[in-house]
Design a protein around this ligand. Sequence first.
Ligand SMILES: CC(C)(COP(=O)(O)OP(=O)(O)OC[C@H]1O[C@@H](n2cnc3c(N)ncnc32)[C@H](O)[C@@H]1OP(=O)(O)O)[C@@H](O)C(=O)NCCC(=O)NCCS
Length: 184
Amino acid sequence: MPALITARLELQPMEPGDLAWYAELAGDAEVMQYIGHAGPLSHQQAIERLARYVRCWEEHGLGMFGVRLREEPLPVGWAGLQPLSGTNEIEVGYAFGRAAWGRGYATEVASAIVQWGFAVLGLERIVAVASPENTGSRRVMDKLGMRYEGVRPGSGHDSVYYSLTPAAFTRAAPLRALARGTTP
Ligand SMILES: CC(C)(COP(=O)(O)OP(=O)(O)OC[C@H]1O[C@@H](n2cnc3c(N)ncnc32)[C@H](O)[C@@H]1OP(=O)(O)O)[C@@H](O)C(=O)NCCC(=O)NCCS
């Protein structure tokens, strides 16, 4: 299974040993406000969700990574690719503990993940969904070069739907680089 490395972060496929940090982050109501509409996860729910993430890697060869700062032991968030339920699409997702917000980590990690999806896994399309009011997440999607495809009705909760192709991701590279203060 792959490890992905970015300028500041290292990503490792999630495994059962990730339970402690994952349960803590996923147990935070603010982190989970827009994820799954069920609120913070109980310890038991975190066990079950993590088991699902581990199974996803085994069944599909892709999945969620724990994301940690290079040189630091404990992950500060999780992100990755997974099948979007009820569709034939692969979605990119990301979530960080509050202390890690606002530093460009989501953009950095999501860029590395979709690059991996396109270049290594050979995907031709990656989608993302978010609550309409999740401005931060939608901004990350914009910066990746994702195209807004409209509102997708859900069971009681609408989601906004975005899609990305390899060509659009490449075209958006200067925007991402400029936002990080580096030369495109
Ligand atoms: C949404 C989330 C992943 C953003 O992570 P982040 O590392 O702070 O995002 P970045 O620093 O890469 O920011 C990307 C852009 O979004 C903007 N942004 C981030 N959070 C924002 C917020 N709450 N409101 C408005 N804009 C926001 C940033 O300013 C940046 O735009 P800019 O480059 O034009 O300044 C993070 O807030 C989070 O983990 N939230 C909880 C989990 C979640 O909702 N995940 C997404 C589910 S769809």
